[in-house]
Design a protein around this ligand. Structure first.
Ligand code: SF4
Ligand code: SF4
Length: 432
């Protein structure tokens, strides 16, 4: 059967620049760092393989089949291939662009627009959607399910999904004020970007972030009307909604006239920094606003690493190991600062092997590619277990949920925390 040419399949779409996919010298370096390739050892699961598949699809030699689509969605967007390629190809970015092409060229299942256009941009709806889980935990149903061994009878993926969600607290929006004054003299005015998962699932960490910044002379303004950073939309090819969310966030935060825009979510941080690079390259007016916006964005560890910090009075007497979130280490080149915060908190830092190897979370990989995700997690947990630490620290909600699941699957006596929580504890001297 004759293939359609790329002109007809991708007519009117922005296709990647040829230099991005024609200049591969097939050196194979990217294979050595790719978690999906290292699990299957299949070329089609490697960065180079994905590149070749995309190249053939663009040339009209391959159809956008289910199999090809799946290869693009199997990529974790861990950015390891981007970082190592000697000729500057960015296979991870190309896999995302391929998803965008697929998104435009195929009818989407009804659930996708419902989630990405309906739920994610609407913070109140997201909060309502979490309510059943909150009640399930708080009314004691979850502990009963576990005590009676009902969860063990569930299929493995369902059981893991059930236990992946940590114990929920009240949302950060309902417990942190819109403005928190600096303790003592105000040295900085900080706009705090509260990510959706930080708000709903890891609100203890975000409450700690605000306290630690205030403790160090920051007036913290946390606008409650920010929306999702757009990363889930980019991951699923919905670039239009990601751009609309970016515009809303830029307009909301630039009004605050803050010295710096801080987030405690690695994925949000890398996306907010990306607004000024690729989001509005075809929109001159917005591009300059986005560039000014992104220039102010910092991960909380990056920001705290750039200012004078007060010594904590109650150093932690614990052993901690640190997992580098891909979107912090490679997405933002931030890796020293979280370690410095842990050391300042008094914790003994024990480095794990391959601390920057992806944990297999990639947002929704445990749902969409469960087997791959668990294999990659098993490798991570082997390295974690060798450290003999009692806490695994990591500043990304996706990683924290995945590592929390890993701890339960391997039955390890460990807690998973954001680095900022340990510093907060060292200032406050309690276990909360
Ligand atoms: S981003 Fe990660 S998973 Fe995806 S191709 Fe590159 S190395 Fe492999
Ligand atoms: S590292 Fe770059 S040049 Fe080498 S095989 Fe991978 S994509 Fe091609």
């Amino acid at each position: 059967m004759a293939m359609q040419s790329n002109q007809t399949v991708f007519q009117g779409m922005e296709i990647p620049d040829e230099q991005q996919y024609l200049s591969c010298i097939k050196c194979g370096l990217c294979l050595s760092v790719c978690p999906t390739y290292r699990e299957s050892f299949k070329e089609a699961d490697s960065p180079r393989g994905r590149l070749m598949l995309l190249r053939k699809a663009l040339a009209g030699e391959l159809k956008l089949s289910h199999n090809l689509t799946d290869k693009m969605y199997r990529c974790l967007d861990c950015l390891a291939c981007n970082a190592i390629c000697p000729v500057g190809i960015k296979p991870a970015d190309l896999a995302l662009q391929a998803r965008y092409l697929i998104h435009q060229s195929e009818p989407q299942p009804w659930i996708k627009p419902l989630i990405f256009k309906g739920v994610f941009p609407n913070a109140n709806l997201m909060e309502t959607a979490m309510l059943p889980m909150f009640l399930y935990q708080r009314l004691g149903v979850q502990s009963l399910v576990h005590k009676l061994g009902i969860s063990n009878a569930l299929p493995a993926q369902l059981r893991d999904s059930e236990r992946m969600l940590p114990r929920l607290s009240r949302s950060a929006k309902s417990r942190v004020s819109e403005t928190t004054p600096a303790c003592g003299q105000r040295k900085y005015r900080v706009a705090f970007f509260l990510g959706c998962f930080q708000n709903l699932v890891f609100s203890d960490a975000s409450a700690a972030t605000v306290r630690v910044m205030a403790e160090n002379g920051c007036e913290v303004v946390m606008p409650k009307n920010v929306k999702c950073c757009g990363m889930p939309h980019l991951g699923y090819g919905d670039v239009e909604t990601a751009r609309a969310l970016a515009k809303h966030n830029i307009e909301t935060l630039e009004k605050l006239d803050a010295d710096v825009i801080v987030t405690d979510c690695a994925t949000c941080g890398s996306t907010l920094k990306e607004y000024g690079h690729s989001f509005f390259s075809d929109d001159a007016e917005y591009n300059s606003r986005a560039r000014a916006f992104s220039a102010k964005v910092k991960d909380v560890s990056e920001f705290l690493g750039s200012i004078q910090l007060r010594e904590p009075e109650h150093p932690n007497k614990i052993r901690v190991t640190y997992h580098d979130p891909c979107h912090l280490r490679r997405g933002q080149n931030v890796w020293k600062q979280p370690r410095q915060l842990l050391q300042l908190s008094g914790a003994e830092l024990i480095e794990m092997r391959e601390s920057d190897w992806c944990c297999g979370s990639a947002g929704t990989q445990a749902i969409t590619h469960y087997r791959d995700s668990m294999q990659i997690l098993a490798r991570k947990m082997q390295n974690v277990a060798r450290t003999d630490a009692t806490v695994i620290a990591s500043g990304c909600p996706g990683c924290q949920m995945q590592l929390g699941l890993g701890v339960q699957r391997e039955n390890l006596p460990m807690q998973v925390m954001h680095p900022i929580q340990l510093l907060d504890r060292a200032y406050r001297g309690d276990e909360k």
